[in-house]
Design a protein around this ligand. Structure first.
Ligand code: ADP
Ligand code: MG
Length: 371
């Protein structure tokens, strides 16, 4: 059992004074490439990180406990803005699907950073979903569980997110990334054996709050919709580089990012299939430049990280997630990761940026449970 799962079991024992029936856990995720392509019907390529949310469950009066918030909450009929929205949303979505969900109790513990863009929300949803599926023998397939989690987040928690986070948290396998076609919802595992090449992924959490990002995000979505409308296509996924001359100003820049980013995802998959990590890394750098210059969602902190990575020996680096703060990601030889961390720490300190947090990892396994 993983340490985080043991923490959930321990919390369950302390709170409910008995042994849980089972414990499940699900990872956060990072998007390797394919940013702001999801709502344009395009492609994304996430992988699971080795930070997870775990939940120990058993039969009892329905209530939840979070070891991280040190708080007990009842099952909510309606969202109240607390962490209990997430497990309650899963129960709500399962009942809406016609499943009988008898009363149960659950204790949560997680180490996915909250609100950093690594999708702790999908991790808590996926952990809850897979735990309840096992506890009540629902026998749903993981893809359907992912769609159910997304529905819970959209309709119950009322966060308008795409399918990437839940797909990644449920469907990823160790040593793979997941190519998702956000239009057809088809997902395909892509081998990503970084350990075999002595490579690692390094995440830098800039701790720059993404709270102001909502307006910027909505403005980007609207610009994409206007561009697609002008071009007479359903979504920007259907547009081509030569269409850009029919656009101008902001819409042209935004569309250029989306069109080139979609191509980069498909090129990145080909690079991985040839185990050409140098080419993959170059596509990460190109993605960052496009997000910085055309999509205009970077920050000085994210740019600094990528700049330092570029001048170190990192194969590639980019901001990851929606931008406006949050995390950046580098692909680097394992032995060089420590030096990059030191360089970035020095630079951030000298420039008066918030102290960042780092962790490196290998692509991890998706949601699973242990009895
Ligand atoms: P992100 O998904 O980028 O981490 P969100 O704001 O979408 O950020 O989701 C974060 C929320 O998910 C938290 O505020 C909390 O309500 C819930 N959550 C995540 N992890 C846990 C946890 N370990 N225990 C309880 N709630 C959690
Ligand atoms: Mg989230």
């Amino acid at each position: 059992m993983r340490q985080i799962e043991q923490r959930a079991v321990q919390a369950y024992r302390e709170q409910f004074l008995e042994e849980p029936v089972l414990v499940a856990s699900a990872p956060g995720r990072v998007n390797l490439i394919g940013e702001h392509t999801d709502y344009n019907g395009g492609f994304v390529l996430p992988c699971a990180i080795d930070k997870r949310v775990a939940v120990a469950v058993g039969h009892g009066d329905t209530q939840f406990y979070s070891a991280d918030f040190q708080e007990r909450c009842p099952l909510l009929e309606k969202r109240d803005g607390s962490w209990a929205d997430y497990p309650s949303g899963i129960v709500w979505a399962m009942k809406e699907r016609g499943f009988d969900i008898p009363s149960f109790q659950g204790a949560f513990a997680g180490d996915v950073p909250l609100g950093s863009g690594l999708s702790s929300s999908a991790a808590i949803e996926a952990a809850t979903a897979i735990a309840l599926d096992a506890l009540f023998h629902l026998e749903m397939v993981k893809k359907d569980l992912a769609v159910l989690c997304q529905h819970a987040e959209n309709a119950f928690v009322r966060v308008n997110s795409g399918i990437m986070d839940q797909y990644a948290s449920l469907l990823c396998q160790a040593g793979t990334a997941l190519l998702i076609d956000c239009r057809s919802l088809e997902a395909k595992p892509i081998t990503l054996n970084l350990a075999g090449a002595d490579l690692t992924l390094l995440i830098c959490d800039t701790y720059v709050s993404r709270e102001l990002s909502a307006t910027g995000y909505n403005a980007r979505r609207e610009a994409c919709e206007r561009a697609a409308h002008t071009l007479g296509v359903r979504e920007l996924r259907d547009a081509h580089l030569q269409d850009l001359e029919k656009l101008s100003g902001e819409e042209r820049k935004r569309a250029r990012h989306v069109i080139t980013e979609n191509s980069r995802v498909l090129e990145a998959v080909q690079a991985l299939q040839r185990q050409d990590f140098d080419a993959f890394g170059q596509l990460m750098y190109a993605s960052h430049r496009s997000l910085r210059d055309d999509y205009e969602v970077s920050t000085p902190e994210l740019d600094a990280f990528v700049e330092i990575a570029l001048h170190s020996s990192a194969l590639g680096a980019r901001l990851t997630g929606a931008g406006f703060g949050g995390c950046a990601l580098a692909l680097i030889r394992s032995e060089d990761a420590g030096a990059l961390v030191l360089d970035v720490q020095h630079c951030f300190e000298a420039r008066g940026f918030t102290r960042p947090e780092f962790f490196s990892f290998q692509p991890a396994v998706g949601a699973e449970f242990v009895t």
